[in-house]
Design a protein around this ligand. Structure first.
Ligand code: SF4
Length: 472
């Protein structure tokens, strides 16, 4: 349905939004949609059971995060299975929208379907490539940008009916990757994100830095942290690169190995305690909830919500929490590589910045080679107004100088430091959360993430603000 024909909808009750905005703490349990080759009824049953488990949690408001499938080429959309949620409780839950296999038209249809299902809380992600997908295979795939989805929500006549959010991966350990993520985050906020969900990791310093950064930008939107209940198999899969954008540092891996040394049940108890400590820490750092990945059974959601409620009663003081957290994690180094960049001081000493605004650390100067500088200046000389000209203008020269593949709808070279974003295998307009710690693309064989390279050049020429303000 088009914007003109959609009937205006008055925002109804929304317990998810209210919990976030009124200073509560939401616990969401993840359920994923299956591939189209599987029976969706099994997942519907799972959703019903998880919803009941969330409702049974006494200590803490709990709901579901229904996500689109990963690790399969085509999957049921999360919103298609949302009819399994009880109509009177749909405002407690969050439904994800993955841009994989979507274009503008199908995204609009999905949004309409979402609204008809009575879903009001939505989180937009651009979608992941599968670990075995090559750049060649991805040429025929489409990934609809999360920023565009957010803008589509905002353009609807019934936009007030939606509470739309976005995700960010703040667990970046080089300045270029981190600044590229933060620039994209601010673009998502500008596109209409009303809350943010941080990707999964165990580095509390990075979670703290994200809150401090948002505050320093006067961006007081609620945030949730995605946490993962680990099993030995999941640890192996993360180490094997099966979960894009999630990393385990060598120190943390050692701790996990020690926890596994005696028995599987000991390992499991250790993970519950870790979830408790992380969630309580998130609360003290100003997060408004957690989204729990890795819950295999519905009753684990009730247990998780109750244990998190208990942990929040146990830790009401940041210093007490810090002492318990540090001794539990044995002060392990959570950065996956040496000389990692942190936006603020690397000591987790206070929940809120001391002495007012926290001081950002200055990263080392960006490293740009002579060849990169030469190419950029040449492209700038040849295509200074490429964004205002026909996309196909001087195509051959563009192909020679910047490797243009002609895949973009509109040329954006002047806004991207004259680096062609067509080299991004997902054809995204900004960085995605799947980038690897060393700055290479989540898709094997691509090399450095294109958007990280753009940020690297922007830093070298003091133009980082332009990347954030890019009009797309
Ligand atoms: S180039 Fe960057 S944004 Fe594009 S898919 Fe790779 S990691 Fe993601």
């Amino acid at each position: 349905m088009s914007e003109e024909t959609a009937s205006p909808v008055r925002p109804g009750p929304n317990r998810f939004r209210d919990t976030l905005e009124r200073g509560g703490f939401m616990v969401l349990g993840e359920v994923r949609s299956p591939g189209r080759d599987l029976d969706p009824e099994i997942t519907r049953e799972r959703i019903r059971a998880f919803e009941q488990a969330g409702l049974a949690a006494a200590g803490q408001p709990a709901g579901l995060a229904v996500l689109d499938g990963i690790l399969c080429e085509d999957f049921y959309r999360a919103w298609e299975l949302a009819d399994a949620l009880s109509p009177e409780n749909r405002d407690r839950h969050l439904v994800y929208f993955s841009g994989r296999n979507h274009d503008g038209e199908s995204a609009l249809a999905a949004l309409e379907g979402t609204r008809k299902q009575g879903i009001v809380n939505l989180s937009a992600v651009s979608g992941s490539a599968m670990p075995e997908e090559t750049p060649r295979k991805l040429q025929s795939r489409r990934f609809f940008e999360s920023t565009r989805m957010l803008r589509l929500c905002g353009e609807r006549a019934d936009r007030e009916a939606f509470f739309a959010g976005a995700t960010v991966n703040p667990f970046q350990y080089s300045a270029d990757s981190l600044f590229a993520q933060l620039a994209k985050l601010m673009r998502k906020v500008r596109s209409g994100a009303q809350f943010v969900v941080a990707e999964c990791n165990w580095d509390m310093l990075k979670l703290q830095a994200l809150r401090w950064y948002l505050n320093s930008r006067n961006c007081f939107i609620p945030s949730l942290a995605r946490l993962m209940f680990l099993t030995p198999e999941r640890v192996e899969r993360i180490l094997g690169g099966r979960y894009q954008g999630i990393v385990i540092s060598p120190d943390f891996h050692e701790i996990l190995n020690k926890e596994l040394r005696f028995s599987r049940s000991q390992f499991e108890s250790a993970q519950w305690r870790r979830i408790e400590l992380q969630a309580a820490g998130c609360r003290l750092l100003g997060y408004s909830g957690v989204q729990l990945a890795g819950l295999d059974k519905p009753e684990q959601l009730t247990l998780a919500a109750d244990r998190i409620a208990g942990a929040m009663r146990e830790f009401t003081d940041f210093n007490d929490w810090l002492q318990a957290y540090n001794s539990y994690q044995a002060r392990a180094e959570m950065a996956p590589m040496p000389s990692s960049f942190y936006l603020y001081d690397r000591s987790l000493v206070s929940a809120l910045p001391e002495n007012g605004a926290p001081l950002m650390r200055q990263p080392d100067p960006a490293e740009v080679t002579g060849v990169e500088r030469f190419r950029m200046h040449l492209a700038k000389f040849c295509f200074p107004h490429a964004d205002r000209q026909s996309r196909d203008g001087r195509r051959l020269l563009k192909k020679l100088l910047v490797g243009c593949s002609g895949s973009c709808v509109r040329c954006r070279l002047p806004q991207t430091m004259f680096v062609c974003t067509g080299h991004c295998p997902k054809h995204l307009e900004g960085i995605c959360g799947g980038i690897r710690p060393d700055g290479t693309c989540e898709v094997a064989g691509v090399g450095e993430c294109v958007h990280r390279k753009i940020m690297r050049l922007a830093r070298a020429y003091d133009r980082t603000g332009c990347i954030e303000d890019a009009p797309f």
